[in-house]
Design a protein around this ligand. Structure first.
Ligand code: ADP
Length: 283
């Protein structure tokens, strides 16, 4: 099974305050997903299933930031927070609809799965997420599409749930059986398409001398932490790497690739070699 994350930086114009889809990227990537999925018998891992998760980009981060979703608040502030929650939930839902519209135009059998309708967190970490339905959709040949959202939180009442955390939870916990006879489990591959060529020792968009890191096993080699834009409420690249190191701890490798590059997603889904940073622990 492949779990593919399409970053908000790829599918939206993330540095804009006003939400805007990057249709050039979305159409190209939809084409690549369609081609790979149609030929999935060529890649045994893909033929076991595909789940897509997308970020919130310029649809989710600005309202979540404006209303301080995820920050502590008083009872008097709750009415305003609720509205902020509603606005953010609605914005990311719209983005998901626009993405699924394009996927369906390309005849991709996607099914939208809304985190806020059934996932909850405790102090910003997932504590309730029933994967049964997702497993059933995958087994029926659908491609579930999840996305970064706002959710109810047991401690904070409401919180932002990043697509990267959803990806981590699914990769860790979803069990797709490949054989009914011996109960064997599907191999999991995690691919993240973002707008840079992988992980560098500092932000390559800001520093010309940033060094590319082909294999990452800890946060040690990263000198400076910052996110793409000041509107990211989920930790940007560093938040992503932390989630992926959790997967590395249990032996699941992931790879961050540049989805701006034509065919990078296609080649990754087809199991071909693609340049990017592999996140795995040293053995
Ligand atoms: P996405 O929206 O695709 O999930 P993010 O915006 O969260 O991705 O993270 C990708 C961004 O992280 C890149 O655009 C890059 O500018 C920024 N970034 C910050 N630090 C680094 C780093 N050390 N290596 C690579 N990218 C970094």
């Amino acid at each position: 099974m492949i779990i593919l994350k399409l970053g908000g930086s790829i599918l939206t114009k993330k540095d804009l305050e006003d939400p805007e889809v990057n249709y050039a990227n979305l159409n190209r990537i939809a084409n690549e997903v369609k081609t790979a999925f149609d030929n999935k018998s060529n890649n045994p891992v893909l033929s076991e299933g595909l789940i897509i998760i997308h970020g919130a980009g310029s649809f989710g981060h600005p309202p979540a930031k404006k209303y301080g979703i995820g920050e502590a608040f008083t009872e008097e502030q709750y009415p305003k927070k609720r509205i902020g929650f509603s606005i953010t939930q609605n914005c990311v839902k719209k983005l998901n609809t626009l993405i699924c519209d394009v996927f369906i135009d390309h005849e991709i059998p996607c099914v939208s799965v809304q985190a806020s309708s059934f996932i909850t967190t405790k102090n910003k970490r997932i504590n309730s997420f029933n994967l049964d339905l997702i497993e059933k959709y995958v087994n029926e040949g659908f491609i579930p599409v999840l996305y970064g959202d706002v959710v109810l939180d047991d401690d904070l009442k409401i919180a932002v749930l990043s697509g990267d955390q959803i990806l981590q939870f699914i990769a860790k916990n979803l069990k797709i059986k490949t054989s009914k006879i011996n109960n064997s489990q599907s191999k999991k591959e995690v691919i993240l398409g973002t707008d840079v060529a992988g992980v560098f020792n500092k932000n390559p968009k800001k520093y010309d001398d940033a060094e590319y890191i082909p294999k990452l096993s800890s946060l040690e080699r990263i000198e400076k932490f910052d996110s793409t834009t000041n509107i990211d409420v989920t930790g940007g690249m560093i938040g992503k790497i932390k989630e992926l190191l959790e997967l590395a701890d249990i032996g699941i490798e992931s790879k961050i690739i540049n989805a701006n590059e034509p065919k990078a997603i296609l080649n990754a889904l087809e199991g071909k070699k693609v340049r990017g940073t592999v996140i795995k622990r040293d053995n």
